[in-house]
Write a protein that binds this ligand. Structure first.
Ligand code: G6P
Length: 453
């Protein structure tokens, strides 16, 4: 008999996310350059290797001609990626508009300025229609790829209608949806004008996953308060039909990083960086240039720290990699200028002819460069016992934490690092996907048993 593990390895997984793991740029009529996409979703999902995976998503470029679509499709299909082509108008209304200007800030509790809020309200209806239209296009592509027995895993706030469209076409499809952002308190969520339709659509999935238990709880409250449905410990119930809701903490492909550290390329890079930054402590920030990452707040705290601890001015350096993102959205353009202005001011104030305190890069790095940077600095995240946790809005507290981190005794530093390392290597992307998919399989079996009872 086949072992459970063997069966699972053979399971086909259709991953559907707005963005493919590579974004294309056109180089000629039929020639394409593919570049790795940035972001947490791509990093986690690329680490999921234990299934036979096909990934369906938008290739990040507008291609309307037949020849272009065909040549790009075949370049992508070689890698197991299936493109969903969206025209410029749809991308503007669905992606820049409804996803990035409405849902993203709302889900992160970022209030829009009054003038932007009014403008957003005016264009909401047409953006919402484009959102639905785009979700339909995704559904068509999924259905063209779907085979009996596949698990379909939809991702993120871009695709909240997708479960509904897919279930309408095939009610037996095994279907999960996972949100890669917070789900806000129902008090915030309810300010969304078209709040019910989105909830109802996503509830057609069999399993709904969130990063944390709190986000799952917020979602269940939104369903009970706005839709009047019943929340149970398992999820949300509507006339006897249960949609399972649970938390699945995400991770990275830690093995890939550990293996890379043994390669000559990364090793020689580490040597180079150590030489270049000798005598200075290096602080590292790697973020998409997004308002939710708190880059301006971090810079202001660093400035305050340099002001208050002048003895550190020539002994510490902040390397900030800020990968450009959603550059067509006004808020992101405003943020880019703001960050540039602050970096310029701090470097002007504290720099010397020889060096500056902030090395700011407006681009992504190659994996080996990034790996070497992580190796010389270590990465602090919200990792419970290991990390120094801060309130990013409190600039003085962050400045004081920078000092704590820089002056921490080696024994404590190693102990904290051990905690973080353990966390990252046990809560991996593979474990995250395994848990989600087996929970989805179990949910379906339980639902079938319920109908037999
Ligand atoms: C976050 C979102 C992802 C998204 C990523 C990059 O992680 O949750 O869905 O892929 O940001 O954003 P982008 O808009 O460039 O795809």
């Amino acid at each position: 008999a086949l072992s459970a593990k063997h069966v699972r390895e053979k399971q086909r997984l259709l991953v559907v996310a707005n963005r493919l793991p590579v974004s294309a740029t056109r180089k000629g009529e039929s020639s394409w350059a593919l570049e790795l996409s940035a972001g947490g979703l791509v990093s986690a999902l690329l680490g999921v290797r234990q299934f036979e995976t096909r990934w369906i998503g938008w290739p990040g470029v507008n291609v309307q001609d037949d020849k272009g679509q065909k040549s790009l499709s075949s370049a992508l299909e070689e890698k197991g990626f299936i493109p969903v082509f969206l025209d410029e108008e749809t991308v503007d209304q669905y992606y820049n508009g409804y996803c990035n200007n409405v849902l993203w800030p709302l889900f992160h509790y970022i209030g829009l300025q009054q003038e932007d809020r009014l403008a957003a309200t005016r264009s909401l209806q047409s953006q919402f229609s484009a959102y639905k239209r785009a979700n339909r296009l995704f559904a068509e592509v999924v259905l063209s790829q779907y085979q009996d027995g596949d698990v379909v895993w939809c991702h993120d706030y871009h695709l909240m209608f997708l479960p509904k469209f897919l279930k309408e076409a095939n009610s037996r499809m095994k279907l999960g949806w996972f949100l890669h952002t917070p789900f806000p308190s129902s008090e915030i969520y309810r300010t969304l004008p078209l709040r019910s339709e989105l909830l109802k659509a996503v509830l057609t999935a069999d399993l709904i996953g969130f990063h944390t238990y709190d986000y799952a709880r917020h979602f269940v409250s939104a369903c009970t308060r706005i839709l009047g449905l019943e929340g149970t410990p398992e999820g949300v119930e509507d006339q006897g039909k249960l949609t399972r809701v649970a938390a699945f903490p995400i991770g990275i492909d830690s093995e890939r990083f550990i293996k890379a550290l043994e390669t000559d390329m990364v090793r020689s890079h580490i040597q180079k960086l150590r030489g270049r930054f000798a005598g200075r402590k290096v602080m590292l920030g790697v973020d998409r240039l997004d308002m939710i990452k708190g880059i301006p707040q971090k810079l202001l705290a660093f400035e305050k720290f340099l002001e208050e601890s002048p003895e550190w001015q020539d002994k510490v350096l902040l390397v900030q990699i800020a990968v450009p993102t959603r550059t067509d959205v006004h808020e992101y353009q405003r943020l880019t200028s703001q960050v540039h202005e602050i970096v310029g001011r701090i470097n002007g104030r504290f720099g010397t002819l020889g060096t500056v305190p902030i090395h700011h890069l407006d681009r992504s790095l190659e994996f080996h460069e990034l790996c070497a940077l992580y190796a010389i600095t270590g990465a602090a995240q919200s990792l419970g016992a290991g990390a120094i946790l801060i309130n990013p809005w409190n600039i003085s507290e962050v400045a004081a934490s920078i000092e704590d981190a820089l002056t921490m005794k080696e024994v404590e530093r190693k102990e904290r690092h051990r905690h973080n390392f353990m966390h990252v290597t046990t809560h991996t992307a593979q474990v995250w996907a395994d848990t989600f998919v087996s929970e989805l399989n179990d949910t379906i079996v339980e639902a079938e048993l319920r109908t037999l009872r």
